[in-house]
Write a protein that binds this ligand. Structure first.
Ligand SMILES: Nc1nc(=O)c2c([nH]1)NC[C@@H]1CN(c3ccc(C(=O)N[C@@H](CCC(=O)O)C(=O)O)cc3)C=[N+]21
Length: 293
């Protein structure tokens, strides 16, 4: 069993990103600039956004955090997005999800200029991804592809089962694994809450990608010997009343599944770190206008 080390891979990729950011600074006098919009104070979102900002500094990007109270109206948020779209000093921005219930995440996503959509959630980027055209790829699925590539894991012709069909992970993940690219060219089964006999499907899978948000969901009896298991779960359990101490669990029963695997990602230290580095990569691509003018 080989551990897919998100720390190792992300640090390696960040070195290259830092080099390109420094080149850009030298040539143009400016740094790539990412803005994150954070609404409310969800514990998970606070951690992830803080990490995104910290990592921007590490690779020599400029980063700004825009905070809104959870009472902000949808109209106010959409106005701000309009401003960010027009601001030439900003290369890319993200609106951290989830949003409060009174704000429609689809409206927000579609309001973002697709040329600055470094999360890759805009329908134009999703459509271009599906067509195999240059575009911003959604950060988590992109990070998983970079991980597979780094370890030279063959995906062509393999059976891949994706568990969970969210807009930000499962659904785009299934597209990336199926499209005619490398990594890619897998035979993909996208499973969800209405799927019957999931275990029958996962037992045939060479690659299982779990993004469902339930601790210990994928158990050893569901996995075939030698499978590659990618765990996207970020289930936090607070262990004390202060809420500052928490432990993170994936969706995989790691201790029992890992011995059966050829490769497996840990949580923490796996996919989450790759998500961050993908966002950095997308921000650099935005600043260098690699996809759009
Ligand atoms: N607009 C938007 N874009 C996102 O990219 C986005 C989002 N909304 N909402 C939530 C998810 C989740 N996500 C993670 C990022 C980093 C880690 C990460 O760094 N995880 C570390 C540990 C973090 C910890 O200790 O809590 C690890 O796995 O080792 C995890 C999860 C980005 N997301």
């Amino acid at each position: 069993m080989i551990l897919l080390d998100g720390k190792l891979v992300s640090e390696e990729l960040k070195k290259q990103i830092a080099i390109e950011a420094a080149e850009m600074l030298e040539k143009t006098g400016r740094k790539p600039h990412l803005v994150a919009v954070l609404v409310g104070n969800d514990g998970g979102s606070e951690t992830y956004v803080a990490s995104k900002m910290r990592n921007c500094e590490k690779v020599g990007f400029k980063s700004s955090l825009l905070r809104y109270d959870e009472t902000v109206t949808e109209a106010e948020l959409l106005n701000k997005i309009e401003e960010l779209n027009k601001d030439n000093s900003i290369d890319g921005f993200i609106v951290q999800l989830p949003l409060p219930k009174h704000i429609d995440p689809d409206k927000v996503t579609e309001a973002i200029d697709y040329k600055k959509d470094v999360d890759g959630f805009h329908p134009i980027n999703l459509g271009r991804m599906q067509r195999n055209l240059p575009c911003f790829l959604p950060a988590t699925p992109f990070g998983i592809m970079l991980m597979l590539e780094f370890y030279g894991i063959k995906t062509a012709g393999k059976n891949c089962v994706v568990i969970g069909r969210s807009n930000i992970v499962g659904s785009p993940m299934s597209v990336l694994m199926a499209r005619n690219a490398n990594p890619g060219n897998a035979t993909v089964t996208l499973t969800h809450s209405k799927t019957q006999n999931l275990k029958e499907l996962t037992l045939k899978a060479d690659i299982v990608i779990v993004a469902i948000g339930k601790k210990n969901y994928l158990t050893a009896d569901m996995v075939k010997d030698g499978a590659v298991v990618i765990d996207v779960g970020m289930n936090r359990e607070t262990s004390d009343v202060t809420k500052s101490g928490y432990k993170l669990f994936g969706d995989v029963d790691f201790d029992n599944v890992a011995p059966k695997c050829s490769y497996i990602t840990p949580v923490p230290g796996g996919v989450g770190l790759m998500t961050i580095v993908s966002l950095l990569r997308n921000t650099l691509s935005a600043a260098k206008k690699e996809f759009y003018n």
